[in-house]
Write a protein that binds this ligand. Structure first.
Ligand code: MG
Length: 445
């Protein structure tokens, strides 16, 4: 079955267009998803990829053929679709996007009626359902459009931050949406908060000018522009607008780990409550939470895992160290627009530059590596368990090895055919030594 060549995880379904993901598959996904959900209406959005229209039309046709109604939201951020589904009754959602993957990729993210990605259990149920439930109903659903979804999403953010205070500072901001959805919405969004905005990499939509993952090494152009325009901050969004990275006023690209740290320190300074992050997020999180006397919970990688734990523990903020901030006051999903608003509000309330805010966090260095991987999970983990048997091991998602000088987290990626190795040490040298050590173990015969 074609579905096997696609990369399927809690982050969604991704592949190269049209060899792996194409209109026929999108149609079948539509039919299956329509039959799978009990809810009558499905909101559909897409990012800016050029294969987006054909895949979205096919997915919509499939959903309509299953007898369900579709509300087409057009090109909108992933968090906007999540927000709309969460706030409406009797609906589900789907987004055509491959997030930060290169432009040759596309994919489908499916949303449960709660406005969150399908969890592991729901996803497995859907995959086994997919091939058996291609039933086309006698009575098709209807298609309507909704063009104000981002406005509703932005309004909910503005209701929850102090826009009047932020406006007083007239922050100079450069934003790099990498020709993704932010190209359509970020300038206006930031202007509503009184910012003077410069946008780079706005067009042509969907043709990414650089590697679209919001990581320091991909933000050189943004850093230059921040310096050139003497701006207060630079924001980089990934193509579907759920992740955010920052460039400081000095033109220094910061680790994407700081986006969540700044947001959570800011929220906790006003409201005490527990925090949820994934296993790979930096350990400065624990230190910030200690300062406020609140608890931290760590989950498997994947937005839905963090969200489910946040709901269970009633946490006030959470997210992933990859630049994904989840603030339940707006909705339960990673959101670069929420992140931008909270970071600006933090700068305004503290009357501090972004570099000064970042300096206050305890030092840490995170190495994030990915290497091609052909072996089996079982033999790999056996080698690691044997070598690191004297250390505390956490095995809820790959293996996380806790050492005195830092930690090592090794897992097989859910979105790409690689092994992800995350390492934290107090500085670069410590992290690199740990990397050399673990690489030696992985490469043992
Ligand atoms: Mg994304």
């Amino acid at each position: 079955m074609e579905i096997k060549s696609l990369k399927i995880s809690v982050a969604g379904i991704r592949g190269i267009y049209p060899s792996q993901i194409n209109p026929e598959i999108a149609f079948k996904f539509g039919v299956a998803f329509g039959n799978f959900l009990k809810e009558k209406n499905i909101f559909v959005g897409r990012d800016t990829r050029i294969s987006g229209d054909v895949l979205k039309s096919s997915l919509i046709s499939g959903i309509l053929a299953s007898g369900k109604n579709v509300i087409d939201l057009g090109i909108v951020p992933t968090p906007t679709v999540e927000f709309i589904v969460e706030k409406n009754e009797n609906c589900g959602g789907a987004i055509i996007t491959a997030s930060h993957n290169p432009s040759s990729y596309n994919g489908i993210k499916l949303l449960s009626p709660e406005g969150t990605f399908l969890n592991e259990r729901e996803k497995n149920r859907f995959i086994s359902f997919f091939s058996k439930n291609q039933k086309i109903k006698k009575r098709p659903g209807s298609l309507t459009e909704k063009t104000d979804s981002f406005l509703l999403h932005a309004d909910a953010i503005f209701k929850n931050v102090n826009v009047e205070l932020i406006k007083k500072f007239n922050f100079k901001v450069v934003v790099d949406p990498c020709q993704g959805v932010g190209a359509l919405y970020s300038e206006k969004f930031l202007k509503e908060m009184g910012c003077q905005v410069t946008v780079i990499n706005r067009s042509p939509l969907g043709k990414f000018s650089h590697n679209p993952e919001p990581l320091p090494q991909n933000l050189k152009e943004l850093a230059e522009k921040v310096k050139e325009t003497k701006s207060d901050i630079g924001f980089a969004q990934d193509p579907d607008g759920d992740r955010l990275a920052i460039v400081s006023e000095n033109g220094e690209p910061l680790s994407e780990e700081y986006s969540l740290l700044i947001a959570l320190d800011h929220i906790l300074s006003k409201e005490k409550g527990s925090v949820v992050v994934n296993l790979s997020t930096n350990s400065a999180v624990e230190k910030v939470c200690e300062k406020y006397g609140v608890e931290v919970f760590r989950t498997k990688i994947g937005e839905v895992n963090v969200v489910e734990k946040m709901k269970k523990t009633g946490s006030v903020i959470g997210g992933e160290g990859n630049g994904g901030i989840i603030w339940p006051k707006v909705h339960y999903g990673r959101d670069s627009f929420v992140a931008m608003a909270l970071i600006l509000e933090s700068m305004a309330e503290r009357k501090k530059k972004i570099s000064e805010i970042v300096k206050e966090f305890p030092p840490f260095f995170l190495l994030k590596k990915k290497i091609a991987f052909t072996g089996t999970e079982t033999s790999l983990f056996k080698k690691l368990e044997k070598f690191y048997r004297g250390n505390k091991l956490i095995k809820i998602d790959g293996i996380k090895i806790l050492k005195k000088e830092g930690w090592i987290h090794v897992r097989i990626s859910g979105t790409e055919p690689v092994l992800r190795i995350f390492i934290e040490g107090k500085d670069k040298k410590t992290a690199e030594n740990l990397y050399r050590e673990v690489l030696g173990v992985i490469r043992q015969d």
